[in-house]
Design a protein around this ligand. Structure first.
Ligand code: IMP
Length: 435
């Protein structure tokens, strides 16, 4: 690890589109320079593929820095935990010979209980029934209902598992009564479930606010790893086709107890094209050959659900909005090599009203308004050459650099990192985020 003191110590990495932007690779690379890697929101709906020493790991809850033995890895209070799924992740890591002794889980995380998963699936069934399905296409992991109970003050937190059994039982009784479950059976059943969860989680639970404050006081470098993406944020995404947490930069603060004044830079990860999994609007979606090529070359299948991702050209309106609501300092542009074979590449530089032709430059809150708009594309020359072996930004083909320059202009934000393949060395760094 570099101990070089840097001017930017604490960095947030967020997904700046609809998730699956390749955050794990960026976080994995930057983790080398950080002392602490922290997850702050979402839960096992996330799927982060991490390649380490020739092995592939699929993380759902765990911070991507976990495979570096000396890094402290924190799951902050804004994350919701499904203990059985976390247990499988831990088993996988232990089975491959890695330690999890540096993992710490906040005592304020909310726990997904079996009824949350049932409720998630039931709500999706109801949404799908009848004509005009309003299905969200959730991951079916109980994420929405867990956050609903958190905000409804009916949740169970990791710290509750460490209380005396009588205190834990009283807490469960309160939930069971308020939720109107059939009390006696439910209380005993849930208490047993929680005692099992305690066995999995107890070694890791602690006051992570204190840990992080100590790390800040010691001037350590903190890396906040976002999950999902800006357009899936419950406040700023394409509501209701969103997840139930704040996937934008603010979530890194509210989900960890580290105040915004401590953050030195926010990096937004964007694919050089666009994907979305699940239902909901996607203005630049391409249902033809281009979409197929992007899906095939980009291997666009979900890590958590295995679903095929929808694909399309880069959307500059989405990206500019994302730069604004996250306060991005820079972009990490990923999967640029997926565009290598195209004769021409396109990017949306605005939207146009389908009937009046009026130009619209901002991303609207209303999905009805969004449905009346269509993207206005700019077409640029492609580069039709392999970029995957390039290690220096200046060596990219001129047309490729022109595409990136135009993308920066449209977004109003500089590109600091470019990824041209899954391996660490396939990353072109123009400015180091921790620099
Ligand atoms: P939920 O988070 O399971 O409630 O799903 C809500 C929406 O967010 C669905 O469209 C999911 O496909 C999407 N979603 C949740 N997590 C991810 C992710 O990590 N990547 C991409 N999409 C996600």
């Amino acid at each position: 690890m570099s101990n070089a003191s840097s001017s930017r110590r604490n960095i947030i990495v967020v997904g700046a589109q609809w998730g699956d932007e390749g955050k794990a690779k960026v976080v994995d690379m930057l983790a080398e320079y950080a002392h602490v890697v922290i997850r702050s929101q979402g839960g096992c709906n996330a799927g982060h593929t991490v390649k380490f020493n020739g092995e592939t790991f699929k993380f759902h809850h765990l911070p991507s820095g976990l495979l570096y033995e000396e890094k402290l890895c924190v799951i902050g209070s804004g994350v919701v935990i499904a203990p059985e799924i976390l247990a499988k992740e831990l088993e996988d890591i232990h089975g491959k010979g890695y330690s999890t002794k540096n993992l710490k889980i906040s005592d304020r995380c909310h726990i997904t209980l079996p009824y949350h998963i049932e409720q998630d699936k039931r709500q999706e069934m109801i949404r799908s029934a009848g004509e005009g399905s309003s299905k969200i296409g959730t991951t079916g992991r109980g994420i929405g209902p867990t956050y609903m109970d958190k905000v409804g003050r009916l949740g169970l937190r990791t710290g509750d598992l460490l209380e005396d059994v009588a205190v834990l039982k009283a807490q469960i009784e309160r939930i069971v009564v308020e939720k109107g479950f059939f009390a006696a059976a439910s209380v005993d059943y849930l208490l047993n479930v929680c005692l099992d969860y305690k066995k999995i989680l107890a070694p890791y639970i602690c006051d992570t606010v204190e840990l992080l404050q100590d790390a800040l006081a010691a001037k350590q470098q903190l890396l906040f790893e976002g999950a999902q993406g800006t357009l899936l944020d419950v406040d700023f995404g394409t509501y209701p086709y969103v997840t139930s947490s704040n996937a934008t930069a603010g979530g890194a603060c509210t989900g960890t107890g580290v105040g915004p004044s401590k953050i030195d830079a926010t990096l937004g990860v964007m694919k050089a094209y666009l994907t979305r999994v699940g239902e909901g609007p996607f203005p630049t979606e391409d249902l033809g050959d281009v979409g197929d090529i992007l899906g095939d070359r980009g291997q666009e299948w979900g890590t958590t659900t295995g679903r095929k991702r929808r694909t399309g050209w880069f959307d500059g309106v989405v990206a500019k909005y994302s730069v604004e609501v996250n306060g991005l300092d820079a972009i990490a542009l990923t999967k640029l090599d997926v565009l290598d074979t195209f004769k021409e590449v396109k990017l949306a530089v605005g939207y146009r009203h389908k009937e009046t032709g009026a130009m619209v430059s901002r991303f609207p809150a209303s999905l009805h308004t969004l449905a009346t708009l269509e993207p206005v594309f700019e077409t640029m020359a492609g580069w039709e050459s392999d970029t995957t072996e390039i290690t220096n930004y200046d060596d990219l083909p001129e047309t490729c650099k022109a595409y990136i320059t135009r993308l920066e202009e449209v977004c109003g934000c500089p590109v600091w990192m470019v990824s041209v393949g899954p391996d660490r060395q396939q990353t072109l760094i123009r400015q180091h985020p921790f620099g």
